[in-house]
Design a protein around this ligand. Structure first.
Ligand code: FAD
Ligand code: FES
Length: 286
């Protein structure tokens, strides 16, 4: 059982938890993920290691509450509570190549996961440009943390309330127009966003790495649930990735596979919500 030592809420849906797990914090590398089970009988879900502190022995996870398990975590994962299981680090660490100038793009769920990669590039001596996207100013988080490791930081908001108006692809195109010597782009976020970034860099032939998020079960290469097609070949997101060449990924297949269990996911969320209100009624009637 792994204790949650810090919690911070960034919005109604996005929250951070810092978990005590010294061995994992010692081994964690940028780009890797963990498989978490928050409570007995709960689903195992993959979450990227958004930060790690080897001295404190903690890892940081940033979670977006989108369905049954993540919404339950939003309610139950408070300081002092414990995660039932926490396996990892999993997946291959990101390759921090010597690229001169790198653009690290994070949108939606990808904002937190791109941070340790961006920091590792800065520590390797690269010129780092961060491009992060949010819906609006009130949802911006980790601005100072990003700025501390970026030579340039571009914030994009859908409504233009902070930084430039538009999504991260707009921000990436803006950066590409100002810098002709970009060695690599790293893009993390929803599949449609990663696809748009890869299409933006394709004409210029800029190497573009994306971190894929297929449905994972074991995270160790055994179930085949996380199959993705890259360069016409079948790969497993968990053991061959999660990082892949964005110009080679079949994003349309990834999106189709991510939607495959929608009905079961909707039913699981409804069952949990009904169960909660039944419990409240019982409690209230005592
Ligand atoms: C390598 C990797 C890293 C990830 N990192 C983060 C992160 O740092 N923060 C974060 O909030 N989310 C992250 N995700 C996504 C997260 O795992 C899903 O949002 C979560 O599993 C949804 O579960 P749920 O029960 O709340 O929602 P559900 O209603 O069950 O699912 C909502 C959607 O999430 C996706 N999903 C569902 N189950 C899984 C699963 N077992 N594996 C992967 N995707 C699933 C599907 O697209 C589904 O339609 C990551 C996924 C992967 C593969
Ligand atoms: S999650 Fe089972 S093979 Fe990747």
């Amino acid at each position: 059982m792994y204790e949650i030592v810090r919690r911070e809420d960034f919005s109604d849906t996005t929250f951070l938890i810092e978990v005590k797990r010294p061995m994992l914090a010692k081994a964690a590398m940028p780009g890797q993920f963990v498989i978490v089970r928050s409570h007995t009988g709960g689903e195992r879900i993959p979450l990227t290691i958004a930060d790690f502190d080897r001295e404190q022995g903690t890892i940081t996870l940033v979670v977006q509450a989108v369905g049954k398990t993540t919404k339950q975590m939003r309610e139950e994962c408070v300081v002092g509570s414990r995660l039932k299981s926490l396996a990892g680090p999993m997946g291959n660490p990101s390759h921090i190549d010597s690229v001169g100038k790198v653009v690290c793009v994070g949108g939606g769920l990808g904002v937190a996961p791109v941070y340790p990669i961006l920091r590792a590039y800065k520590e390797s001596g690269a010129y780092v440009i961060g491009v992060v996207g949010f819906r609006e100013k009130g949802l911006v988080f980790w601005k100072e943390k990003f700025a501390a490791h970026c030579d340039e930081l571009v914030i994009c908001t859908d409504d233009g309330s902070e930084g430039i108006k538009g999504n991260v692809t707009t921000g990436l195109k803006d950066v590409m127009a100002r810098h002709a010597d970009i060695g690599e782009v790293v893009a993390i976020g929803p599949p449609v966003m990663m696809k748009a970034c890869a299409e933006a860099t394709r004409p210029a032939g800029i190497k573009t790495i994306v971190s894929l998020n297929p449905v994972m079960v074991d995270g160790t290469g055994m179930c085949g649930g996380c199959r993705v097609t890259v360069g016409g070949e079948t790969k497993l997101g968990c053991v061959d990735g999660p990082d892949f060449d964005g110009h080679e990924v079949d994003f349309d297949e990834l999106v189709t596979r991510l939607r495959r269990w929608k009905e079961d996911e909707r039913a699981a969320l409804e069952r949990w919500q009904n169960h909660k209100s039944d419990c409240r009624m019982l409690h209230g009637s005592k």
